[in-house]
Design a protein around this ligand. Structure first.
Ligand code: UGA
Length: 350
């Protein structure tokens, strides 16, 4: 039996004994704690998943939300309904620089997530993952905040185990073109557990699997957004060879619910959050044709290096420890995303 506590994993009951008591919030924050709203920082909150999380937290009405985003891939447009709200603040900030705010919780999402975007400036991507996570952990330690990292299924690399459980250590190329992201997130996870063991910081680590839904950048470059945009523009859908590689697609509202439950539950993780429905890229293209644009055609194009051949989360832990399971099927979610893309592409909605 491995020493789970020293590995940083939850035991089967999902508990990790901290080596230390968590750092205490500042006296001012403490004094207001029972009366003030929960103050929550979301790094990357102007992005696709981040902005949906902002909606969820703002709609509760019991939170103050601060978004820090450098707008590399995120957009103010995603947050426009909250700008000017007294409980909402938007800061143009790059997480590779330190940030001083007094908060109770930190959702640390900031990082470009589409392969095209994260490979564009690989050095910046790894700095974001390493220095950005160090900065946010330093903040969490100083103010006694609980911090949640959105890690990724990419920590499993091109997996040799299928489906992937949280105990699988992965098969990752440390020097490839994707390494800035997948190795970057692996280091970020290490930093989270080191701050937890050494300094008692309260951590939560989610491993996010492919997520889709309204508000994704139309030219984001990921497969669901590409296929839908191509189908709606009358272009041919580009299936990267061989087309039999698989992914499991989670609708964004399910993802946000999983992150929220993880943050507010008692388990550090890492916990897989994803929809275990598994599809080949050819099947996905077939669904887009069937559900969105019957005239859409597909063509096979060249793939990129180190593309994982298969990916599917084992969500036993999320179900058991968080009471979470995804509700929206791909058949239900694709038309919802297509409706949003259609509105934006035809300019009906600014
Ligand atoms: O969500 C995840 O778990 C991770 O997956 C993504 O990486 P990837 O799965 O490669 O995402 P896509 O770029 O959407 O590619 C998925 C598959 O679709 C294929 N693809 C992509 C684009 C396209 O036009 N056509 C196409 O067939 C790719 O070859 C790949 O096999 C992102 O890198 C990460 O942000 C994220 O953490």
């Amino acid at each position: 039996m491995p020493d789970l506590e020293n590995l940083g994993f939850d035991d089967m009951a999902g508990n990790v004994d901290s080596a230390k008591a968590p750092p205490a919030p500042s006296p001012l924050r403490m004094s207001k704690f029972t009366t003030a709203k929960m103050r929550i920082l979301i790094t990357g909150g102007a992005g696709f998943i981040g902005s949906h999380l902002v909606d969820r937290l703002m709609e509760e009405g019991t939170n103050e939300v601060i978004v820090a985003d450098n707008f590399f891939s995120g957009s103010k447009e995603n947050l426009k309904k909250w700008i000017g709200h007294p409980d909402f603040e938007l800061i143009r900030h790059d997480v590779t620089e330190t940030l001083f705010v007094e908060v109770d919780q930190i959702y640390h999402l900031a990082c470009p997530a589409s392969p095209i975007f994260y490979k564009y400036n690989a050095v910046k991507t790894i700095k974001t993952n390493v220095i950005g996570t160090l900065n946010m952990l330093g903040l969490a330690k100083r103010v006694g905040a609980r911090i949640l990292l959105t890690s990724t299924s990419e920590v499993y690399g091109d997996p040799l185990e299928h489906p992937q459980t949280e105990e699988y250590w992965g098969n990752v190329n440390p020097i490839g073109v994707r390494s800035c992201y997948d190795e970057g997130k692996r280091v970020a996870e290490t930093l989270m557990f080191d701050y937890h063991r050494q300094h008692g910081v309260e951590i939560r680590v989610a491993r996010i699997f492919n997520t889709y839904g309204p508000r994704m950048n139309i030219d984001d470059g990921r497969v669901v957004s590409n296929f839908i945009a191509q189908a709606l523009r009358g272009e041919t859908m580009t299936v990267q060879a061989p087309g039999t590689q698989t992914r499991s697609f989670c609708y964004v509202s399910d993802m946000v619910d999983g992150l929220y439950r993880l943050m507010n539950g008692d388990h550090t993780g890492p916990i897989n959050i994803g929809n275990p429905g598994e599809f080949t890229m050819l099947e996905l293209a077939g669904l887009v044709k069937e559900l969105i644009e019957p005239s859409a055609e597909t063509k096979i194009v060249e793939n990129t290096p180190d593309d994982p051949r298969k990916r599917k989360p084992d969500i036993t832990k999320a179900t058991k420890l968080l009471g979470w399971d995804p509700k929206v099927t791909l058949r239900e979610g694709l038309p919802l995303m297509a409706a949003d893309f259609k509105e934006r592409l035809t300019g009906l909605k600014a």
